[in-house]
Design a protein around this ligand. Structure first.
Ligand code: HEM
Length: 244
């Protein structure tokens, strides 16, 4: 049965029963989510903390000296967004510790999405995996920033139902970095038998195709799942779904 939102729109009734519950049941998904985030950051971040372009997992284009510093900034701030975002979506923490929620929210936005999103705007158009990835990542960066700005504005106006909906979308986009790694493995496995046929023996062309498809799939699918999840859970007091 769908949970209702009160018509003041100032707080999400969807959260209320979940928030009042002890954290035990929510830990069943919060802990795995945090674990995935910690493992991802623990693997992805360290080579970039050395500030040595030689240790970059991606090719650093010599013609664009700004690429590497922007990539490092993006990964550091992206890591903050990923870890803080996991805490932001934990209903118990949100309801029982609103001050902590506000601080992790500030970390998510001002130490994560905003600087990470701006930095990646200088990286995405230069992606080594080709035009499809470049367009997909630039679009993702723009939406990542736009959803976070919308969520922040709603919070400032104390429109907390809309705030929560925008932040769920924002976090779905943040999580797309993790989904991306799964999609790329799937697509490489699918396309590997076609290297000699479709790609005329050019393995790099196959990798570019797999990378481009996974960039798009990672955020489009995550966003669709977020919309489905929001619509499934939320109806306002008149039984209608909120507009934003
Ligand atoms: C959601 C918006 C995001 C966008 C648009 C984005 C975009 C990009 C782009 C364009 C690159 C460079 C790819 C290339 O040059 O081929 C990159 C690399 C990277 N990004 Fe993001 N990213 C996002 C979120 C995140 C988050 C939240 C993290 C969390 C840590 C992250 C971690 C990384 C890492 C680790 C790399 C380097 C890849 C590697 O070392 O294998 N990104 N990202």
């Amino acid at each position: 049965m769908p949970t209702r939102i009160d018509n003041r729109g100032s707080t999400s009734a969807t959260d209320a029963p979940a928030g009042r519950r002890r954290p035990g049941r929510q830990l069943r998904w919060v802990v795995p989510l945090l674990l995935v985030a910690v493992v991802f950051v623990g693997y992805a971040l360290p080579p970039y903390l050395t500030l040595d372009p030689g240790r970059s997992r991606l090719p650093v284009p010599a013609a664009h000296p700004q690429y590497y510093p922007l990539l490092v900034a993006h990964i550091v701030f992206g890591s903050v967004a990923l870890l803080a975002g996991c805490l932001q979506v934990w209903p118990w923490l949100r309801r029982r510790h609103p001050v902590a929620h506000r601080w992790t929210g500030r970390a998510y936005l001002f130490g994560g999405v905003f600087p990470g999103g701006v930095a990646v705007l200088g990286v995405a158009p230069l992606s080594s995996t080709g035009f499809v990835s470049q367009v997909g990542n630039t679009m993702l960066a723009v939406l990542w920033l736009a959803t976070a700005v919308a969520g922040y504005r709603m919070a400032r106006r104390r429109r907390f139902v809309a705030h929560r909906r925008w932040m769920v979308r924002s976090f779905a986009l943040t999580l797309s970095i993790v989904a991306n790694r799964l999609w790329v493995v799937l697509f490489v496995v699918l396309l590997l038998p076609q290297v000699d046929t479709t790609y005329g023996g050019d393995q790099d062309a196959m990798i570019r195709a797999a990378a481009g498809a996974s960039v798009w799939m990672s955020w489009v699918v995550n966003l669709l799942v977020a919309e489905w999840w929001l619509d499934r859970r939320e109806k306002d007091s008149t039984g209608r779904r909120p507009g934003l």
